[in-house]
Design a protein around this ligand. Structure first.
Ligand code: MLT
Length: 204
């Protein structure tokens, strides 16, 4: 997969996995990583699916209707890619926190739905429920931050509530930050994500 890897500060073992939204690329979330943890290593990945010239992490059949077979295939592809990248770059595979926006948040959530411990934490910015009707792996205390917009037409509040409930029922510890916003990212949301990260991923 096309990607950018940036080595973090010496002695700092956390890696941020950046996953962009539809139509974005591996450059998009670099400033967000800088705001959340400027010392972390960064693995920023470009989605392999091309939807009329827009990069995505998996196919969809319509707006908000996912191609489940492709989602499963692409989730495994991303998981394998992270495993290989950890070997290539020598980062700690057990200390990877995803930061995903929209379509990128959806594939990050899909990793968590399909694999045992694919991440050590997840910042999901405007995510949807990736799949329904499957049992999730045990997520004992797995830390999740969800950034949501109360007027988000793509990820309506019921969808956020359902995702929070499903992850919590599997054992995750989920914090949701609601902004009076739509689908766009806001500074306020990133500031809250950073606070959450410092507390949960760095123990500050
Ligand atoms: C998706 O297809 O993953 C969601 O609808 C969000 C997006 O528009 O990318």
């Amino acid at each position: 997969m096309k990607n950018i890897f940036k080595q973090g500060t010496k002695g700092h073992d956390q890696t941020l996995l950046l996953l962009h939204g539809t139509g974005g690329d591996e450059q998009d979330l670099l400033p967000i990583a800088e705001m959340i943890d400027p010392n972390a290593s960064v693995l920023s990945v470009r989605g392999n699916v091309d939807e009329n010239g827009m990069n995505r992490f998996f196919r969809r059949l319509a707006e908000g209707v996912f191609d489940e077979e492709d989602l499963i295939f692409r989730t495994k592809e991303l998981q394998d890619f992270i495993n290989d990248a950890a070997k290539e770059h020598g980062f700690d595979r057990d200390k990877v926190t995803a930061v995903g926006y929209s379509n990128g948040a959806n594939i990050a959530a899909s990793l968590v739905y399909h694999f045992e411990k694919p991440l050590n934490g997840a910042v999901l910015l405007h995510p949807m429920v990736p799949r329904r009707g499957i049992e999730l792996p045990k997520l004992e205390k797995f830390p999740v931050f969800i950034g949501a917009g109360s007027n988000d037409p793509i990820c309506p509040p019921e969808e956020t509530d359902e995702l929070e409930k499903t992850l919590s029922e599997a054992g995750a510890s989920v914090e949701v930050f609601w902004a009076n916003q739509g689908h766009q990212l806001t500074r306020e949301e990133i500031d809250h994500a950073k606070e959450w990260y410092d507390k949960n991923m760095k123990g500050e």
